[in-house]
Design a protein around this ligand. Structure first.
Ligand SMILES: [Ca+2]
Ligand SMILES: [Ca+2]
Length: 180
């Protein structure tokens, strides 16, 4: 009776096939995850913009104190004109900070830990057209130029950065509310 042993070549072929299939599966998983994170971030930005609009129509002003009347104001955790502006913005919109939301209306639902972030756990960038010319000027800080919007929200994306990267691309992988 002939023994049914595998030859070394057969074993190697099987190993190569398994390796290729694993690589495909991991690639597909990464793509799905990337799309899901992007969709989650877009959804968060929409919720935030809707909350800001609702606040504006309720209180007849934007949920931000005008500090310098002739510039468009940007708020986030690292780059705003009034300290911790992003946190103040989201707690105001959530109704947990009553200073600018005295009726404590929950326009926005925060995460269990009181944060509101993109899918990568980073604060979103929010700009208001406080110079009232119908555009947000992101040129000075992030190189986006003049955006024909009164509210611009964006996320740094999976690279969690907006700086010029190795490929010399500014704002690479960012997720922007004004791009569909
Ligand atoms: Ca403006
Ligand atoms: Ca980025």
């Amino acid at each position: 009776m002939k023994k049914q042993n595998f030859t070394l070549v057969e074993i190697l072929v099987v190993m190569v096939i398994i390796t290729i299939l694993t690589a495909f599966a991991m690639g597909a998983y990464a793509t799905v995850k990337k799309k899901a994170y992007r969709a989650q971030t877009i959804s968060a930005m929409k919720s935030l913009e809707t909350a800001i609009r609702s606040y504006e129509s309720t209180y007849n002003q934007l949920p931000f104190t005008i500090v310098t009347a002739d510039v468009d104001v940007q708020v986030n955790d690292t780059n705003d004109v009034a300290g911790d502006g992003y946190q103040l913005l989201i707690t105001t919109l959530a109704g947990t900070d009553a200073a600018k939301n005295p009726r404590k209306i929950p326009f926005l639902t925060l995460d269990a830990d009181g944060s509101f972030t993109d899918a990568w756990g980073e604060a979103l960038f929010v700009s208001f057209d406080l110079s009232y010319d119908g555009a947000v000027d992101e040129d000075k800080i992030f190189g986006y130029g003049l955006l024909s919007r009164t509210i611009a929200i964006w996320s740094k994306g999976p690279d969690m950065g907006h700086d010029v990267d190795d490929a010399n691309v500014l704002n690479d992988y960012n997720v922007n509310s004004w791009e569909k």
